[in-house]
Every structure is written in C-alpha cells, then in structure tokens.
Design a protein around this ligand. Structure first.
Ligand code: PBG
Length: 335
C-alpha cells in the first residue's frame, strides 16, 4: 500500500514508544490512604483485600514503607468505636482523638511526608451521615460546617498539611479556610472533594469504617447521601462546584469516584488551572482485586493502565489504595 502516514512506525520498538509517551506515572503522583483504629493489632478489611485497619503502633511501619517506595502523601481515615459516635459527631474535634494522635505520630517520625486528612462527620456520626441529621431527617448544612471547621483546626494543630473536606456541604471550603487562617494556619492547604458523586462505589469503604447510613427508630435517617453528594447524571454541576471551591480558596480540586468520572476530570482540567486529583475509590479497588484473585485479569497491568488513565484524563494526583503496589511495580517497569 502507498501510505504516507504509518502511525505504527512510532510503536515499533520499546525505545520509540518511550520517546513519544505522553503521560507517565510517578510514585509522587500518589496519595496513599491509611485506615487507623483504636485496637493494638492490624485488621483485614473484608471487601478490600490488601488494605488494613492499622493500629497507632504499627501504622508508622506502613508509612515508612510507603516513603521508601517514593510515596510522598498519605491520607488518614479513622474507624471510631461505637461509644464515641454521636448525633453531632463531636468526637471529630477531640484533640486527643485517633486522627490527631495519628497525625502527630507520623509528622514526628517523618516530617517530610505530606499528611492529608478527611473532613466530614460520617466516621463519628451514629447516623452514618457526613453532616448532622435533624429530627425531620434533613442533613443540616450550616450547623455541620461549624463542626467541620473545628475538626479542620484540630487536624491542623496536630500537624496536617492538607485538609480534605469530603462532606459536600455548601460553603464549607470558604468557612474552613477562614477558620484555619483565624487560628494561624494560613500555610495549611485545602484539597477539596469538589465533585463528589453520590456513588455506590463507596460500599467497601463504608464497611472499613462501619460508617454507612443507619436505620433508626427514633428519627428518619436518609438512606443515602443524595441530598448533598452529586447526582451521577450531572456534569455541568461539577463546574459550578469547581468555581465555588476556587473562589472559596481551595488549593487542589478532587473528583470522586475516578474511573466512572474520567469525563469530569477532563472537564475540570479544561476549566481550572489548579491541580486536579482523582480518587480511585474503594469499589473500584475491590472490583480489580476480586477479578485478579479469580485469575480473570492481570492485576499489575490493569492497575497501571487504570492509574495512567487518570493522568491522561488530566489528573495531577491520584488517591489510590493501589499506591504502594503501583509504586513497587513502577520501580521494576521496563516498558
Ligand atoms: C467520607 C468519605 C467517603 C469516602 C471518602 N471519604 C464515604 C462516603 O462519602 O460515603 C469514600 C472513599 C472510598 O470509597 O474509597 N465522607
């Protein structure tokens, strides 16, 4: 055939492919999530093989391991014991609570590791919601934000570098920014869960934290989070959220979940000059793990291909439970 263009010319050898590769993964792109709990032993998490609930004693080893693999940011999630949960989630701003203690331990041991936190009430709420639920079953916006501001300040006091509001209350980024500034934490950043969808992909995470919305006979508890998390059918709304978060002072914008929302990552990349993060959530992780355990897919290749897809869509950062595995594989990657 008389072809002028033969795109296969640049795919012919390893070297040529490496030369024209448009996107690369690096361990410093990753944010590694760690679950912590009160107990003294680490615990397996049923629907998240390979992920664990770490005790404060052994979480440091895992943070060291991540650092050694080139990971430079971790995010902490707490499993709170039942007796500390309440309707207003006020354990979230206990200065001696699990998360502040974990933050200060880690920052003391490895000051250069960036520590991100999650700001929302669900791990601390006996109702299993990110905000305070009224008697009528409404998740209260402004009252919740007061709690979230206290939570963010306590996390900053403990040494957190990046505060991650995941609650989707209106106006929380601005309020948290102001609270941090007022308390002398102007250098602490906000990585906002900007476009967080009301997704069924969070199931395994809610098992890990035992934080799913609860049924209660005393009051009406909304069975899902769709009055505050975004409707999976919408994309223009993500732009509105991004504009508001920028105006309110967010430093990094996050899209969550990641894989089913690559179009949203792409759109935010077009709309904003801020760094964009993708959250490769628990359900996405669980599906890969389950299929790999069955021998139906090759885990290493599928994970690296998936993570690369976030970069290609426009993400700078990827929050993923695969972070340590992927960092290890990248180290040994030839092609
Ligand atoms: C809490 C929070 C959730 C996740 C991160 N922070 C759960 C939820 O909103 O119900 C989900 C993470 C995952 O599925 O990996 N606000």
């Amino acid at each position: 055939m008389d072809l002028t263009y033969r795109p296969r010319r640049l795919r012919r050898t390893h070297s040529l492919r490496a030369m024209v590769r448009e996107n690369l993964l690096s361990p410093s792109d990753f944010i590694y999530p760690l679950f912590v709990h009160q107990g003294s032993q680490e615990e397996e998490i049923g629907a998240m093989p390979g992920a664990k609930r770490w005790s404060l004693d052994n979480v440091l080893n895992e943070v060291h391991r991540a650092w050694g693999l080139g990971i430079r940011c971790i995010v902490l999630f707490p499993k709170i014991s039942e007796d500390l949960k309440s309707e207003d989630g006020s354990e979230c701003f206990n200065e001696n609570g699990l998360i502040p203690r974990a933050i200060s331990l880690i920052k003391k041991e490895l000051p250069d590791m960036t520590v991100m936190t999650d700001v929302a009430l669900d791990p601390y709420s006996c109702d299993g919601h990110d905000g305070i639920v009224s008697k009528e079953g409404i998740v209260l916006n402004d009252e919740t934000i007061e709690q979230l501001c206290r939570q963010a300040v306590v996390q900053a006091q403990a040494g957190a570098d990046l505060i991650g509001p995941s609650d989707m209350m209106d106006g929380r980024v601005g309020a948290i920014r102001e609270a941090l500034d007022d308390e002398g934490f102007a250098p602490v950043g906000i990585i906002s869960y900007t476009a967080k969808y009301s997704s069924a992909y969070y199931g395994p995470f809610r098992e890990a934290l035992d934080s799913a919305p609860r049924l209660d006979t005393r009051k009406v508890i909304p069975k899902d989070k769709s009055t505050y998390q975004m409707d999976p059918a919408n994309s223009r709304e993500a732009i509105i959220e991004a504009q508001l978060d920028e105006q309110e002072g967010a430093d990094i914008l996050m899209v969550k979940p990641g894989l089913a929302y690559l179009d949203i990552i792409y759109r935010l990349r077009e709309e904003s000059e801020l760094p964009i993060a993708a959250y490769n959530v628990s359900g996405e992780y669980a599906m890969v793990k389950a299929a790999a355990q069955k021998g139906w897919i090759d885990e290493r290749s599928v994970v690296l291909e998936t993570l690369l897809s976030f970069k290609r869509a426009g993400a700078d950062l990827i929050l993923t439970y695969h972070a340590c595995d992927a960092a290890g594989w990248l180290r040994n990657q030839l092609d």
